[in-house]
Design a protein around this ligand. Structure first.
Ligand code: FE2
Length: 339
């Protein structure tokens, strides 16, 4: 059955607390799908009593690198978006200085890129939010995160400097960013506080390659940086891609966290080429290892090389307490409950 996009947007904007008297802005590009999404969101927002406007950016790069946006240096456009209570971002501002400035003005930001069928299937729930917030609390109160796997991963992150990030698919909190659809939590270690080995196993996903690992990749990590990449073809491809940025900061370890959305599918990338990979990043029980920038957490690494690597079948513990065992969420409070 075809998805009624505007009705779906209305349900999400309701979760976002959009109400009469608020201003909802949409930042769009010129592609027909973005125009359709802008219309769906603005008509939904007006049905909820909000005022709306759409800002169409002249240039909308989306090539898998992050941090470069069509708003850079455009004070007039940034100021207009800061006036909104909620900004729906259809162009991917993530990790940019512009987005941080807009958030700091109190505007909440909802990123939305995925096709309607995925927006519908992974639609957020209050239970997902509850489990994301519980995960955030656990991360915030922990000092050590350890990941192990049968493939050979054994790596430790020292936590405590940065505030964790939740993504549950909507936002009703002033200044808060979220991504619809999602279902994950992430934190960031002290800059030099990651040590050990990560072994990517067949089936793990590398974004932005948008592909599944088929030969194991061994990453030796010391003081927060990947020092050695070993393995077969997939290891060579990864090494070549990261070296191409000619940026030592590309090899820094970035955020670490896990997936919480029980309706996200590990296999989705295999069947829908339109996806930007929120299924892969959000499926329940994944452990997502990342590299590159940490500006979204308030750090100073603004590398344009950012990898998100959701791993299957890993185990994760916080201060010795196991949350995920072999890819299965085992901590009761994080197990999905019927609404
Ligand atoms: Fe990421």
């Amino acid at each position: 059955m075809p998805v009624d996009l505007s009705a779906l947007c209305e349900r999400n904007l309701e979760l976002c607390g959009v109400r009469k008297g608020e201003v909802v802005a949409v930042l769009a590009g010129k592609a027909p799908t973005q125009t359709a999404y802008a219309d769906a969101f603005t008509s939904a927002a007006r049905r909820l009593g909000a005022d709306t406007f759409t800002l169409v950016a002249d240039d909308t790069p989306f090539d898998g690198t992050v941090g470069q946006t069509p708003l850079a240096g455009n004070t007039a456009a940034i100021n207009a978006l800061k006036q909104a209570d909620l900004l729906v971002d259809l162009v991917f501002l993530l990790f940019s200085a512009e987005q941080i400035e807009i958030q700091e003005s109190g505007t909440r930001v909802l990123l939305c890129i995925e096709p309607p069928e995925i927006l519908s299937r992974m639609f957020p729930t209050k239970d997902l939010r509850r489990r994301a917030e519980k995960s955030e609390e656990l991360l915030r109160n922990s000092r050590e995160l350890r990941i192990t796997s049968e493939a050979g991963t054994d790596v430790v992150y020292s936590l405590g400097k940065y505030t964790p990030l939740t993504e549950y698919g909507y936002t009703d909190t002033p200044g808060r960013w979220d991504h619809w659809p999602a279902g994950l939590v992430a934190s960031q270690a002290y800059e030099e506080g990651v040590n050990g080995t990560v072994v990517l196993a067949p089936g793990d996903i590398i974004f932005p390659f948008n592909s599944y690992v088929s030969t194991p990749i061994r990453l030796d990590i010391e003081d927060g940086y990947i020092r050695k990449i070993r393995g077969g073809l997939d290891a060579s491809l990864l090494e070549d891609y990261m070296s191409g940025f000619e940026d030592p900061q590309a090899f820094a370890v970035s955020h670490i966290g896990w997936g919480l959305n029980e309706r996200a599918r590990w296999s989705a990338l295999h069947v829908d080429s339109r996806t930007i990979g929120m299924d892969g990043r959000s499926f329940l029980g994944n452990v997502m290892f990342s590299t590159g920038p940490n500006t979204e957490f308030g750090g100073t690494n603004n590398s344009m090389c950012h990898l998100d690597i959701p791993m299957r079948g890993s185990s994760l513990a916080l201060d010795g307490r196991t949350l995920i065992e072999g890819g299965k969420v085992v901590l009761d409070e994080l197990v999905p409950q019927p609404e």
